[in-house]
Design a protein around this ligand. Structure first.
Ligand code: Q0Z
Length: 309
């Protein structure tokens, strides 16, 4: 038996209980609903994932913080997008969304966006070696077709940021890094070059802004689409801790796994809890929840220089 007995199947795991819009996609911690033919609503939940599991304990305000951070980044990145003849998909967020029928309690963690034809590639930029990038590098000296110099270790800054695209994996699978040539096959040479140039330009600007705020933006994943024409439109969420690796600049020290800006308390606690990483994960203690909420709020406040409220 899966799902709770009192809960209809379709609602098990739902981000929202009642919304007048059709669900079109559901991720581990977010949902997409269709407002009309041209517009979608992206709703972030307070759920958190760790070690490929969604934890049973929500982090209060996580959805609102990540939504506010994404909205802020879309604004910061608009000049970079314009330099490349591109735009972003954000139409509105926050209290304004009650005008289109979004319940007030959801407005703070929702973005109204232009519905795009999404390109079927994940546009990953890496400025530091980490995670799957490190394993690939140790095996081959490269990340797929991007050669890297000898002597790098987990957490090393790369000589230059690199574009390491990946495919969108099936549910439950990890994204798979692909050579640039596969991007060319899928979207054409011109669009592929544009994706690489724009991804790297956005990463560089994001890294610069984060660095000034004492945060290392190690890597990130962007998703792009088009709407009618050929111009690229930046979609999805941008430069949040769920789509990026954020490390505190104060503790950055290549040679071992870097502590995560947001999830380190959760990972540390799960590691010492006796959980086997296979069974359903345990509830988090309240001090781990509070410390993690604080990290999300600090990331927002440190980056934007404004209070979260
Ligand atoms: C993004 C995703 C999420 C699960 C659809 N502007 C857009 N136009 C068309 N499609 C999308 C967007 Cl953002 C779109 N996703 C990714 C997001 C939950 C999957 F919140 N799916």
């Amino acid at each position: 038996m899966s799902g709770r007995a009192s809960e209809p199947r379709e609602r098990a795991g739902a981000v929202v209980s009642e919304l007048p819009f059709e669900l079109v996609a559901r991720g581990k911690v977010r949902e997409v609903h269709a407002v009309d033919d041209d517009r979608l609503l992206l709703i972030a939940s307070d759920r958190i994932s760790a070690y490929d599991h969604v934890l049973p304990t929500p982090i209060p305000d996580k959805g609102r913080v990540l939504t506010a951070l994404s909205v802020w980044w879309f604004e910061q990145l608009t000049p970079v997008l314009a330099e490349h003849g591109a735009t972003h998909h954000l139409l509105a967020a926050g209290p304004a969304l009650t005008d289109v029928g979004v319940p007030a309690e959801l407005a703070g963690r929702s973005m109204l966006v232009r519905r795009l034809e999404m390109l079927p590639v994940e546009c990953v930029a890496r400025g530091y070696l980490s995670g799957s990038g490190t394993s690939e590098y140790q095996r081959t000296g490269a990340i797929v077709d991007v050669a890297l110099p000898a002597g790098l270790v987990e957490g090393s800054q790369l000589p230059e940021p690199v574009f390491t695209p990946s495919t969108k994996a099936e549910v439950g699978e990890h994204d798979e890094a692909i050579p640039f040539g596969r991007v060319v096959d899928v979207v054409g040479a011109e669009q592929a070059e544009a994706l690489r140039a724009l991804t790297l330009a956005l990463y560089r600007r994001g890294h610069e802004i984060a660095q000034d705020a004492g945060i290392v933006l190690a890597d990130t994943k962007f998703e792009f689409g088009t709407a009618g024409g050929t111009a690229l439109v930046l979609g999805d969420e941008v430069l949040t801790p769920d789509s990026s690796r954020f490390w505190p600049a104060t503790t950055w020290s290549p040679g071992a796994a870097q502590p995560s800006f947001d999830k380190q308390f959760v990972r540390d606690w799960l590691t010492t809890s006796g959980w086997d990483r296979v069974s359903p994960p345990p509830e988090l203690p309240e001090q781990v929840v509070a410390a993690t909420r604080d990290r999300y709020v600090r990331a927002y406040e440190q980056l934007t220089g404004t209070r979260f409220s």
